[in-house]
Design a protein around this ligand. Structure first.
Ligand code: OFO
Length: 164
């Protein structure tokens, strides 16, 4: 059974994962509208992956006799200046998620809930990969310096990449 403190902290993470999903959905929509077919496909996939992150914690809360809550989600930004800005924001966001996951593990340790610490290990590892992929996409974009023909190739190639 979860302590109230752990239950509350897990529900906060559910809300964050749902926000992550909506953030990538908003980015996918912008990329789609601007004609970046590959980037939008990649971001739609990200949206789906974040939903799986959310539901996994959601169901874990109920499995451990807690109560998973569907929270109101803050609206993510709809407009972006460029694909570059999208991936800059992605990296900043994933760093924030890593910090939140680490804080959540800290709460569980304090509460002596090693079952949940163990459950969260998957998220700890996942964040290493997520930050690293966002960083490598951003590095590639920085090399292109806005060159239109290279951007076309970038957009074609990114569709086959998966962050998660
Ligand atoms: Fe992007 O890993 Fe969940 O939030």
């Amino acid at each position: 059974m979860l302590s109230k403190t752990v239950e509350q902290a897990l529900n906060q993470q559910v809300e964050l994962e749902a926000y992550s999903a909506n953030l990538y959905l908003a980015m996918a929509s912008w990329a789609d509208k601007e004609g970046f077919a590959g980037a939008s496909e990649f971001l739609y996939e990200q949206y789906a992956e974040e939903n799986t992150h959310m539901i996994k914690i959601f169901q874990y809360i109920n499995d451990r006799e807690g109560h998973a809550i569907v929270a109101a989600i803050e609206q993510p930004p709809a407009d972006y200046k460029s694909i570059q800005e999208i991936f800059e924001k992605t990296l900043v966001h994933e760093k924030l998620i890593s910090k939140k996951i680490n804080e959540l593990v800290g709460v569980c340790m304090k509460e002596n809930d090693f079952t949940t610490v163990n459950f969260l290990q998957w998220y700890v590892n996942e964040q290493i990969e997520e930050e690293s992929t966002a960083r490598s996409i951003l590095d590639k974009l920085n090399l292109l310096e806005g060159d239109a023909s290279k951007m076309y190739l970038f957009d074609r190639d990114i569709a086959s990449l998966r962050i998660l």
